[in-house]
Design a protein around this ligand. Structure first.
Ligand code: ATP
Ligand code: MG
Length: 200
């Protein structure tokens, strides 16, 4: 019997993608022996005020740039091409349809996002579709999510106190983001003039 393909899914706004995201994906891929991690930039986010989020195409391209050098990382357009706000259950249903029954899905998410996700009403379907791996991020203590046996795991990754919010704020106030994000992302943000403070 052939082994199932083990596929990680890293959803996020990626506004912009930073080294916290990349380290989390890399650590989970290593620990769970994943064959591939697919980064899935969100369409209109159901949680964030959409007017403040950079264009989907910019977020998609930055995600491609940041992951291009890793042969096990790829990027999917499924969420940005689906009209309307992104719900994780749709991401997982579409991924399941695309990948077929021979893939085992691992949804990678920060502990903060996991906490919220598991209070949603479709939790039962979510954990049916994928194994959830919550990674620690600074400021969030690992707590037992108290949920379906074997379908939700928590994993500590080296703490990187980087957030997209901080990167955007830094760009807005003229502070450097070198080494918080890959070099190509610094250059892309400059080239496109993203996150610059706009005069009111
Ligand atoms: P924002 O500050 O705009 O909320 P973010 O840095 O949280 O952005 P997202 O695109 O919202 O980035 O995050 C995508 C996923 O990556 C989420 O599951 C989030 O919890 C996780 N994540 C974000 N930053 C880190 C980090 N430094 N370490 C580990 N996981 C992270
Ligand atoms: Mg976030």
């Amino acid at each position: 019997m052939t082994q199932k393909r083990r596929l990680g899914i890293m959803g996020g706004t990626f506004d912009p993608i930073h080294h916290g995201h990349l380290v989390a994906a890399s650590e989970v891929a290593h620990y769970y022996s994943l064959d591939e991690v697919v980064f899935v930039p969100t369409g209109l986010s159901s949680h964030k005020e959409t007017s403040k989020v950079a264009a989907a195409e910019d977020r998609y391209l930055m995600t491609v740039i940041a992951t291009a050098s890793n042969p096990r990382f790829s990027v999917s357009r499924i969420d940005i091409d689906r009209p309307g706000p992104t719900y994780t259950v749709d991401t997982l249903r579409d991924m399941r349809d695309l990948q077929g029954p021979d893939a085992e899905l691992f949804f990678i998410t920060g502990a903060d996002a996991l906490e919220k996700m598991l209070t949603w009403h479709d939790t039962a379907e979510l954990v049916e579709l994928a194994h959830f791996v919550g990674v620690t991020r600074p400021g969030h203590r690992l707590a037992d999510p108290g949920l379906p046996n074997g379908r939700v795991s928590l994993m500590e990754v080296p703490a990187l106190s980087i957030s997209s919010t901080e990167c955007r704020d830094r760009v807005g106030s003229g502070e450097p983001i070198w080494y918080l994000v890959p070099d190509g992302i610094v250059q892309y943000i400059n080239k496109r003039g993203l996150y610059r403070a706009t005069a009111a």
